[in-house]
Design a protein around this ligand. Structure first.
Ligand code: C6P
Length: 406
């Protein structure tokens, strides 16, 4: 494990921002579940596009447009390679939220009264609100599979909710508030046995572990570039080709068409049918560079590095007085906790004074926090460039938090 740790912490030199100070202290960036930092390779790929071949795609018959088109399409291939998808199965969106909304608008609006959508109680608002609103419009019903006090899904309850009425099951692969890992492969099998579609919100898994669309066996996977070393404003919706072919576009306009008359429109082939208008070209190119970077390191190495850090952090936090850690034993690199009765925002503000960036609050999972009886938590989340020394600094700073509020 020491080898993995040293291999990955060596990557720190690629991240210019990690060299800065915050409040006079070296930055310890432990807010990776919110967004990750970007390596020089990604920043340079974006600059290279604007400096050398900035042009619109799929339109111009000129050299710059051809180069931009090739790079944009190559980014789709890289994203497909990352999760073992086929050509045409990768749609670029703005982010995970837009990917899930695309599904809600396209498939969700075909639901009828009596149809059911099954979610879990631990969903991020992005995988809850779109379905809740679609259910209101279509008079279908949303059901929530229970999680226990550690944030782990109750599979028996989940199974009891999935019936012949279920049309869609949607769940996070890794939950962002507590880091629980859902058995999405088994969930997909249960969904399919009742004829329902399986949607996986992989915003917190694809950046941190090997994910294979075929091994998960689900129909749709959503994730964001900005959480995996890439730029903001670009995300992915993977869809099983046979399902995407049946679906209606979500946005209409340029580039998503094959032929238009005043009366009729023939839609473009996959994936362009779902990518209306000028897309985020520089974002896609930067995202492609981020995927190259992650693949060179290997997502299995990223995962074992984060697991080592998480084990270390859990042990270290257990030694701290008054620190209550939430979430299951088996978890991703996300640790939610509170310090006595200190408000999470106050704790995060003191950590910031020490140069430590964490997230505090409800983590866009308000119903889950309410169910757990929490006003919020402090959340530390790790990535490939984090070190044990940063975890040591977090633990020491928590001691200060405790003393300030004693
Ligand atoms: N969670 C967090 O701090 P976007 O914002 O569209 O890229 O991702 C939305 C999203 C969807 N699902 C899960 C499981 C997520 O964690 C997130 C983003 C961030 O936890 C920002 S709220």
């Amino acid at each position: 494990m020491a080898t993995t740790l040293s291999l990955l912490t060596k990557t720190r030199k690629d991240f210019p921002i990690l060299g800065r100070n915050v409040n006079g202290k070296p930055l310890a960036y432990l807010d990776n579940a919110a967004t990750s930092q970007k390596p020089r390779q990604v920043i340079e790929a974006i600059s290279a596009y604007y400096e050398n071949y900035n042009a619109n795609i799929h339109r111009g018959i000129h050299r710059l447009s051809e180069e931009a088109t090739a790079a944009y399409e190559e980014a789709h291939k890289k994203a497909a390679g990352l999760i073992g998808a086929r050509e045409g199965e990768i749609i670029f969106t703005k982010n995970t939220t837009e990917s899930l909304n695309l599904l809600a608008y396209s498939i969700g609006l075909t639901l009828r009264p009596g149809d059911e959508i099954v979610l879990t109680e631990a969903e991020h608002h992005s995988n809850l609100v779109p379905w809740q609103q679609v259910a209101k419009i279509t008079q279908s019903q949303v059901k929530f599979a229970q999680v226990n006090e550690k944030g782990e899904l109750d599979m028996e309850h989940f199974q009891s909710l999935v019936t012949r009425n279920t049309r869609i099951v949607a769940a996070a692969h890794v939950t962002n508030a507590f880091g629980a890992i859902n058995p999405v492969k088994e969930m997909a099998e249960i969904a399919h046995s009742e004829g329902a579609l399986m949607v996986v919100d992989a915003a917190q898994s694809v950046p941190h572990m090997p994910v294979s669309a075929s091994q998960l066996g689900c129909d749709f996977i959503a994730f964001s570039s900005h959480k995996m070393l890439g730029p903001t404003g670009i995300g992915v919706l993977y869809g099983r080709k046979s399902e995407l072919e049946k679906m209606h576009p979500f946005l209409y306009g340029g580039d998503m068409i094959k032929e238009v008359s005043y009366e009729e429109t023939k839609f473009n082939e996959l994936p362009w049918k779902f990518e209306a208008g000028t897309p985020n070209i520089s974002g896609a190119i930067g995202f492609g560079a981020a995927i190259d970077y992650l693949c060179k390191i290997g997502l299995d190495s990223v995962q074992s590095h984060e697991q080592a850090l998480t084990r270390h952090a859990l042990k270290r936090l257990a030694e701290e007085k008054d620190v209550l850690v939430y979430g299951p034993e088996k978890r991703a690199g996300i640790i939610s906790f509170n310090i006595g009765n200190v408000h999470p925002h106050d704790a995060a503000a003191i950590l910031d004074m020490e140069g430590i960036a964490v997230r505090a609050g409800h983590h866009c999972a308000m119903p889950l926090m309410k169910k757990m009886g929490l006003q919020g938590t402090v959340r530390a989340s790790f990535y490939l460039y984090n070190t044990k020394a940063e975890i040591g600094r977090l633990a020491e700073a928590l001691e200060k938090v405790r003393k300030v509020f004693k």
